[in-house]
Each structure stands twice: as structure tokens, then as C-alpha cells.
Design a protein around this ligand. Structure first.
Ligand code: UDP
Length: 237
């Protein structure tokens, strides 16, 4: 499989065409941004962690029956994926209040939620990914009703699978963001599952093992990324 023209460069990844039109190559970078790219920096080794961790979760979820874009890991920073068209609606699931939910609704960070809370956001850098609901998605034609319901169903299932698996590593899944894509008419999980897109807290100490260490200048960012990868994959990624 040859790496051809770069199609797109995002904040954390580059996407390349390959000689197969149905397959893209994704390259994970160490670049980090936060607060809608107002804060920029580098987290050394992040690309490797996010590539390996995403591959680990995609394989894990495929085994549970969740379709994903993942095809194969190529090396430390690159994977092959199905060439999806990304749905412009992000799906967030929250188990504990944190981040923008705490700020927006005045619920102190760390408050357990009595049920998982699902949020949809409009994927738009210019607008700062605003929260939207099913009616917005419908009138903006971002996704069809069956697609919305399927993304919500997959997101809740993924939450259950990830929570149970992370418990084995003494990690609490506070919240996470998913992106889905369309491939040959089907909705499949795309993007990444990593410390950039999830809040992982040590279950005993509540120590943050995710991008909040970068967002909030907590220090030990690189170490946290390495530690959470090792804990989750047991070093056999
Ligand atoms: N998130 C993400 N990309 C975004 C916004 C949020 O991956 O553009 C993830 C974030 O890491 C967290 C969850 O989604 O795990 C909820 O984030 P929140 O809405 O609290 O936003 P933040 O406080 O990170 O701005």
C-alpha cells in the first residue's frame, strides 16, 4: 500500500490517499491544541500513544460488534483506515461532570451523573463545536434520523464496554468524544479514541491521565500519556 497525496491536515492527524480509493492512511502527530486552537503546543510521543491506543480500542470494539474504520496498524504513528465521509456531528458521552458541561451548567467538576449524558456537537472550528440537538441535526441535514439513532446507540454501547474494560486498569472514564463516518452506506466509528478525546482519571486518586494536563498546565503531560497507554494495553500494544 503506497502513501500518496496528503488529503488533509488536521490539528492532531494528517490524512493521506493510498493507491486504493477506499483506504486512507492516517498519521498521528505530536501537535496539541486546546480551547479551539487558541492554545498550541507539542506533547512528545503523543502521536505514538494515540495511534497505538486507538488501534487497541478499535480492535476491542470490533470484537464487541461495533463497526469501525480501522484496518491495520502500519507502524508507531500510522494506521490504515476505511475512507469514510465524516459525519459533521460529534457525539459526547459523559459519566461524570467535567470541562464544558461543568462550566455551562454550573455542575461542579467530579460530580457523578445519575445516568450517562449524551451530547451532540456541530463539528465546526469557526463556531467552536457548539452543542446541538436532534432537531438541529435534522434541519441542518447533518445526518438522517436512523443515522442519529445508530450513532447514539453505538455511543452508549461503547461507553459500557470502555468503562468495564478501563475498570480493570483502575481508570474511570469521565467523558469522551466520538466521530462517525459513512462508508458504503453504513455508519461506522471513525477518528480516534485516545487521551486527546477522553477524560481518564485514576480511580483511586482522581489523577488526570489525559489532555487536561496540557489544557490546564498541570505538568507531567508526556508521562500521563505513556502511563495510560501502558495501563490499558499492558505494554502489549
Ligand atoms: N473533546 C474532544 N474534542 C473536542 C471537544 C471535546 O475530543 O473538540 C472531548 C474531551 O477530551 C472530553 C470530552 O470530549 O473528553 C468532553 O469535552 P468538553 O465538552 O468538556 O470540552 P473541553 O472542556 O475539553 O473543552
Amino acid at each position: 500500500m503506497n502513501k500518496l497525496k496528503q488529503l488533509y491536515e488536521g490539528k492532531a492527524k494528517k490524512v493521506f490517499k493510498t493507491d486504493n480509493p477506499d483506504i486512507y492512511l492516517i498519521q498521528y502527530k505530536d501537535d496539541a491544541t486546546a480551547f479551539n486552537a487558541q492554545k498550541r503546543g507539542t506533547i512528545v510521543g503523543k502521536g505514538v500513544v494515540n495511534n497505538k491506543m486507538s488501534a487497541y480500542w478499535f480492535l476491542f470494539l470490533e470484537e464487541k460488534g461495533i463497526p469501525t474504520h480501522f484496518i491495520e496498524l502500519l507502524n508507531d504513528r500510522e494506521m490504515l483506515v476505511k475512507a469514510v465521509e465524516i459525519v459533521k456531528t460529534e457525539v459526547i458521552i459523559r459519566n461524570i461532570a467535567a470541562g464544558s458541561m461543568s462550566k455551562r451548567l454550573g455542575i461542579p467538576e467530579g460530580t457523578p451523573l445519575s445516568q450517562p449524558v449524551l451530547e451532540f456537537c456541530y463539528k465546526s472550528d469557526e463556531l467552536g463545536d457548539p452543542v446541538i440537538n436532534r432537531d438541529h441535526i435534522r434541519v441542518m441535514k447533518l445526518a438522517t434520523d436512523p443515522e442519529i439513532e445508530l450513532m447514539a446507540e453505538y455511543a452508549h454501547k461503547i461507553n459500557g464496554y470502555l468503562q468495564a474494560e478501563l475498570l480493570k486498569s483502575n481508570i474511570t472514564l469521565v467523558d469522551f468524544k466520538l466521530e462517525f463516518g459513512r462508508f458504503q452506506g453504513e455508519i461506522i466509528l471513525a477518528d480516534e479514541i485516545s487521551p486527546d478525546t477522553c477524560r481518564f482519571w485514576d480511580s483511586t486518586t482522581n489523577k488526570k491521565l489525559d489532555k487536561d494536563r496540557f489544557r490546564r498546565d498541570l505538568g507531567g503531560v508526556e508521562e500521563a500519556y505513556q502511563e495510560v497507554l501502558k495501563r490499558i494495553t499492558g505494554g502489549k500494544e
